[in-house]
Design a protein around this ligand. Structure first.
Ligand code: 5GP
Length: 120
């Protein structure tokens, strides 16, 4: 995504609340909401408000927002009551990483054991 202009995804509409989605958290840098197709009892997506298509497009200017993903993940894990048992944070990049939505997002998965790290 160097030359090409990044295209908005459904997540931009969620950030702007153009699609009714219950937000679990929002501030000037990030937004969090439940995954529409949960892969675990708790499955939350935490995303930067800025459209960054993939991890390959991240720059130093994004460090504050991307750091915020972790502090919000921690806060939401506690709020969901899954912090002590534990959870998994995942970011997928491009085709081999299994990325479907090209607006980077952190998956917060928990509420049950979430299995082995990779199933190749
Ligand atoms: P990826 O495979 O790109 O890492 O994950 C994309 C995630 O976004 C998937 O888990 C998918 O279920 C979720 N998702 C896709 N569209 C929507 C939507 O419109 N609303 C919500 N809440 N989640 C979505």
């Amino acid at each position: 995504m160097t030359e090409q202009k990044a295209e908005e995804t459904i997540f931009s509409k969620i950030i702007r609340q153009e699609i009714p989605t219950e937000l679990l958290y929002q501030d000037e840098l990030v937004t969090a909401f439940r995954d529409i197709s949960p892969k675990a009892k708790t499955h939350i997506l935490i995303i930067p408000n800025k459209l960054i298509p993939t991890v390959n497009d991240v720059t130093q200017d994004d460090e504050l927002a991307l750091g915020r993903l972790f502090t919000v993940a921690k806060k939401l894990a506690a709020q969901e009551g899954i912090d002590e048992d534990g959870y998994r944070l995942i970011m997928n990049c491009n085709r081999h990483g299994g990325q479907e939505v090209y607006h980077i997002h952190m998956h917060l998965l928990g509420g049950q054991p979430v299995g082995p790290l990779v199933a190749l």
